[in-house]
Design a protein around this ligand. Structure first.
Ligand code: BF8
Ligand code: SF4
Length: 625
């Protein structure tokens, strides 16, 4: 392949180097598989195919010809809206089922059934208990934690009423939700109702469908994801600014390399602890390795780098490339964003893919079921297996790219507040006087449809230049980490206003707020700023962006972000263009309902222009310079 074609795949030098190694070795990655899919199905791209019953599959002619309706009579609007809703439900389910597992771990930790877990942030537990009106006087931490956890569990299925964290949103926002009947009741309930409504012959009205889609997504952002974040903080500690190193160059030639990949910190936290075990370290030395090097990948990487000095090996499109380094003894996976291709690739090397969740098994992987009752014991077993695999590494096939970059991460809401000196005022003043023009939450994945990291980096750099503070999570945050944008020195790339604020506070112009469920932290900041200014979130100079999104979770995120009143620009096109009505509801009509809408713009420079325009508009309405 010529260099020019390869350069279209990624802007990350480490990825590019590994891609040429892959080519030499005749190994296929997501990029080549994407090429083989082209041209992708036009009906699918437009959202115009339906498989919701066995009279189908049905498809609609996008040019207004025949067939104009499915066998049942469903038209393009219904089909596109139903497909979108199912994506939201899947995304909300993924985040929230992860959230539920964290809740259950806290419950079991507080009742003695998960002895390896402790309450690491007691202050956060107490603050939550107070917020939830749970009695704290003369009770043990365990009793309080158990009640917090069971209150959380109720929110998933059985609760009658609405979700507790909705109270964090400003009153005008809650009024909007109630006016349009989109106040989420229970987390599972909204997801189940989406599946019901999108069944053949139930909800046919695209507006009614999409309103419920917003409600389902809100149950994720202000429910499932928020619980995941809050209780992960209780169990593993609320993140504080921490330094780390990112990119494939964190893999070590003379150490046992273990990559933890997936999403749930309950597993990865124990692997980190197991790798400190003196016996296992001794075993590693006896096999000729200097140390045990635990690295994170994707959101597990984000969870770990926020709380430990664990390096992060890369973002979504680098998972295959990590194996092709030939230097990975084990890749330990749980759930979400794990490419099914990994086991095939690992088969070409000594790498063990170890699956751990009963929810996600991979043919060809070794399965070691992770149980929270025996968490540390199982984690040690996994680490031991990796150590014993070290002698099987073939040094002649090892190639680790040199690229790595330092970063500063760990900007939880609490950490931001303490960087601000304990109150939001310095931030509010900076927004008011215009040194910070606005705040953008830039999130999401990689997608071979977009040059890897190009969307994230170009947009991020454009925004900070315009004095817009950028807060990031997920694979977008890892892109910025690799690029050096999460360092306080990156303030030099920012406009004069933002630069001065960053230099005064010694913070980077791009704040890493965590994994994708931690977008709930961004909601909390948005709500706090709105409350302080006594306005709705939709009045604030804020925007969301997902320049390279691919996952259904990102669809749910996009929907709850606009449902919360924040304008959002998507970089890859969602499959909704088959219905003009649905597309116009999402990009225009939604403004009349939730005070925010989507835009789609795959050119990050232009996306920056749209965002700046939006922020200027919101500022002028607030009477700000
Ligand atoms: O939840 S950003 S590729 S890793 S979906 Fe997946 Fe996308 Fe990465 Fe985390 Ni989020
Ligand atoms: Fe076709 Fe209607 Fe069945 Fe969908 S629900 S597959 S449009 S008949």
């Amino acid at each position: 392949m010529d260099q020019e074609k390869r350069n279209q795949k990624s802007i990350d030098p480490a990825s590019l180097e590994m891609l040429s190694r892959a080519e030499e070795a005749g190994l296929e990655t997501a990029w080549e598989r994407y090429d083989k899919q082209e041209p992708q199905c036009g009906f699918g791209l437009l959202g115009l195919c339906c498989r919701n019953c066995n009279m189908g599959p049905c498809r609609i002619d996008p040019f207004g010809g025949e067939p104009a309706k499915g066998v049942c009579g469903a038209d393009a609007d219904t089909i596109v809206a139903r497909n979108l809703l199912r994506a939201i439900a899947a995304g909300a389910a993924a985040h929230s089922d992860h959230g539920r597992d964290v809740v259950e771990t806290l419950l079991h930790a507080s009742t003695g059934q998960a002895p390896d877990y402790q309450i690491k942030d007691r202050d956060k537990l107490m603050a939550l208990a107070t917020e939830l009106n749970i009695e704290t006087a003369e009770r043990s931490d365990q009793e309080i934690a158990a009640e917090v956890a069971s209150t959380a569990l109720d929110e998933f299925g059985t609760r009658k009423g609405t979700l507790a964290f909705l109270n964090r949103a400003p009153a005008p926002r809650r009024e909007v939700w109630s006016k349009f009947g989109i106040v989420p009741r229970g987390i599972d309930r909204e997801i189940v109702e989406t599946m019901h409504r999108t069944h053949m012959g139930v909800d046919t009205d695209y507006v009614n469908l999409i309103l419920h889609g917003l409600r389902t997504a809100l149950s994720d952002g202000w429910g499932g994801s928020m619980w995941a974040t809050e209780l992960s903080d209780v169990l593993f500690g609320t993140p504080q600014p921490i330094e780390g190193v990112s990119n494939l160059g964190v893999l070590k030639e003379d150490e046992v390399n273990i990559i933890v990949h997936g999403h749930e910190p309950t597993l990865s936290e124990m692997i980190v602890e197991a790798a400190r075990d003196p016996e296992l370290l001794e075993l590693a030395r006896s096999k000729g390795a200097k140390r045990i090097n635990i690295c994170g990948m994707c959101c597990t990487g984000n969870e770990l780098l926020m709380r430990h000095e664990v390096p992060v090996a890369g973002n979504f499109l680098q998972q295959e490339l990590a194996i092709i380094t030939g230097a990975v003894e084990a890749m330990v996976v749980d759930v979400q964003c794990i490419m099914p291709s990994l086991t095939g690739l690992a088969g070409c090397y000594h790498t063990e893919i170890i699956s751990t969740s009963p929810k996600a098994r991979f043919p060809g992987a070794r399965h070691i079921p992770f149980e929270e009752q025996n968490a540390l014991k199982i984690a040690k077993e996994i680490v031991k297996l990796a150590v014993e695999n070290y002698p099987r590494r073939n040094p002649d096939r090892v190639f680790i790219p040199e690229e790595k970059m330092e970063f500063l991460a760990g900007f939880s809401v609490e950490a931001i507040l303490s960087a601000l000196g304990g109150s939001l005022d310095p931030l509010l003043n900076a927004i008011k006087d215009g040194s910070i023009q606005g705040i953008v939450g830039l999130v999401g994945c990689n997608n071979p449809k977009i040059t890897q990291d190009y969307g994230h980096i170009t947009l991020t750099e454009e925004l900070i230049k315009q004095d817009i503070l950028v807060v990031e999570t997920g694979c977008a945050a890892i892109a910025s980490a690799k690029r050096g944008l999460l360092l306080p020195e990156a303030a030099q790339k920012a406009g004069p206003g933002l630069r001065a604020v960053c230099e005064a506070l010694k913070i980077p112009p791009v704040l890493h707020m965590g994994s994708c469920v931690d977008i709930s932290r961004i909601l909390v900041v948005a709500a706090a700023v709105a409350n302080a200014l006594e306005v709705d979130i939709s009045d604030l100079p804020l925007a969301g962006a997902a320049p390279e999104w691919m996952s259904e979770k990102a669809v749910s995120i996009g929907a709850y972000v606009i449902g919360s009143g924040i304008y959002t620009v998507l970089g890859t096109v969602p499959p909704v263009l088959g219905s003009k009505k649905v597309a116009s509801l999402l990009t225009e009509g939604a403004n009349e309902v939730v005070g925010a809408a989507f835009a789609v713009e795959s050119d990050p420079q232009k996306a920056a222009g749209l965002i700046v325009e939006q922020i200027n508009y919101k500022r002028s309405r607030l009477g700000l310079p």
